[in-house]
Design a binder for this molecule. Structure first.
Ligand SMILES: Cc1cc2nc3c(=O)[nH]c(=O)nc-3n(C[C@H](O)[C@H](O)[C@H](O)COP(=O)(O)OP(=O)(O)OC[C@H]3O[C@@H](n4cnc5c(N)ncnc54)[C@H](O)[C@@H]3O)c2cc1C
Length: 409
């Protein structure tokens, strides 16, 4: 058995996946999480796990059957609606007519609510391996025996041979190895929730379908997403300045008026069903300016510390890769830790692969941001979903670029 003390900072999907796989492989570890308990905070909406990354990690946790039982393959269905209400694509039709002459998503990227994913991963980890309400303030290199010291806000400090930063966008662990901090991506989301939609808001339910409905226009989009428990989340996304939330003149204290101001100010030209979706999603409103790390972000390797997930490659959610990459990082890191090689050599190899992978997904995500906020973005997105060659060209160029640059790295 590996004779190293391992700490994971953060019990998000990345940290929990690493914990789950290490536990399965009998490697001792401890997770420190700042949340007081798993229930304390809303975990966000639904996300899809991709076969070669998120699902591969879930399989390695031994949780694939349970994942299959609670995930929603039909959550993969997409609708694409133009600002004037024209429906360019509706994969929900597949449910009604299997012979529909339209390419549809295959359902191999099932959706799962974040809370359900967290609960699934938590069930696979001994309770004693997670310490809740334990916020890390700083990691220091102040030990004489090559260990790293974790300092907590409660005044305690503990030493470990390996500290894994799985502590998300504003990672404290990252600060030990790099001065780089995330920058504003140019996009702010206004997240709106609607509960009991089949009874209370059937129009929104139909508009959204079983999966996600996209409406894209220049500098704005409305992405409406089905979640479990008969609820829907709408991401009203705008390309605006970082301080827009404060400078927009929208009175966020009165959500009903704020939703109307949003519609009047940004979506007045849109079809009524798009405006109605925003107005009628009345159960919660959360404003999220989105931040990202620079594309191609790297750090210089240090003994006894590494990163995974958002702490290593924070990106906006427009390619749906964040959780998938975080979980795949965790799988790769677990493989590195248990490889039987010298730990430091394994970590260097892990980081080298992570840098390439993260750059690839960060570029892909940034390309999607350009699509999702462009004038003919709906058509472009539809082409991407249809796998049309013209839509694939940027991906192919990206692939060629990465292959060529990797030869010279
Ligand atoms: C609106 C929105 C929608 C998204 N949709 C998708 C999607 O559809 N698909 C997708 O793949 N990705 C999506 N993402 C991205 C995804 O949420 C992240 O990439 C993913 O959660 C990263 O996981 P993580 O474990 O690295 O970090 P996190 O999920 O951020 O987890 C970090 C954990 O560390 C804890 N922590 C932080 N600081 C400390 C500290 N100092 N001490 C101790 N603990 C600490 C936090 O409480 C948290 O539990 C979305 C993101 C947003 C904002």
């Amino acid at each position: 058995m590996l004779d190293k003390k391992i700490a994971i900072v953060g019990a998000g999907p990345g940290g929990l996946t690493l914990g789950s796989i290490l536990q399965k492989r009998n490697i001792p570890f401890v997770i420190f999480e700042s949340d007081e308990s798993p229930e304390i905070r809303d975990q966000g909406g639904s996300l899809d796990l991709h076969p070669s990354t998120g699902q591969a990690a879930i399989k390695e946790c031994g949780l694939y059957d349970e994942f299959t039982a609670i995930s929603r393959p039909e959550g993969d269905y997409s609708r694409v609606v133009l600002p004037d209400g024209t429906v360019l694509r509706d994969e929900n039709l597949k449910k009604k007519d299997e012979n529909v002459n339209e390419s549809v998503n295959s359902g191999d990227r099932p959706e799962i609510d974040r809370k359900d994913l967290r609960d699934l991963l938590l069930k696979s980890i001994d309770k004693s391996n997670i310490i809740w309400g334990k916020r890390v303030s700083e990691i220091r290199d102040d030990s004489s025996n090559k260990q790293k010291t974790i300092h907590f806000v409660d005044g305690e400090s503990l030493q470990f041979d390996l500290v894994v930063g799985a502590d998300g966008a504003w990672s404290k662990v990252r600060r030990l190895i790099s001065d780089v901090i995330p920058h504003y991506s140019s996009i702010t989301l206004v997240e709106l929730w609607a509960f009991n939609v089949s009874k209370d808001n059937p129009e929104l339910s139909d508009y959204t379908g079983a999966g996600t409905c996209f409406m894209i226009d220049e500098n704005k989009s409305v992405i409406s997403q089905r979640c479990s428990n008969d609820s829907i989340r709408i991401y009203v996304s705008l390309r605006v300045d970082e301080n827009w939330q404060h400078d927009s003149g929208i009175n966020w204290d009165t959500p009903e008026a704020a939703r109307q101001q949003l519609v009047d100010g940004y979506f007045n030209e849109c079809a009524h069903e798009i405006k109605d979706a925003i107005i009628s999603a009345k159960d919660n409103l959360v404003i999220r300016p989105l931040y990202m790390l620079p594309i191609g972000y790297k750090w210089v390797h240090q003994v006894g510390v590494t990163l995974l997930g958002d702490s290593a490659h924070l990106m906006t959610p427009f390619a749906g890769e964040g959780v998938n990459t975080a979980m795949f990082d965790a799988l790769e890191l677990a493989n590195a830790i248990t490889s039987g090689l010298d730990l430091d050599t394994s970590l260097r190899n892990y980081e080298k692969k992570l840098f390439k992978r993260a750059k690839y997904y960060a570029k892909d995500t940034w390309r999607n941001v350009q699509v999702c906020f462009s004038k003919n973005g709906g058509e472009k997105l539809n082409d991407m979903f249809s796998g049309k060659l013209s839509a694939m060209i940027p991906m192919l160029l990206l692939y060629v670029y990465d292959t060529v640059t990797s030869i010279f790295e």
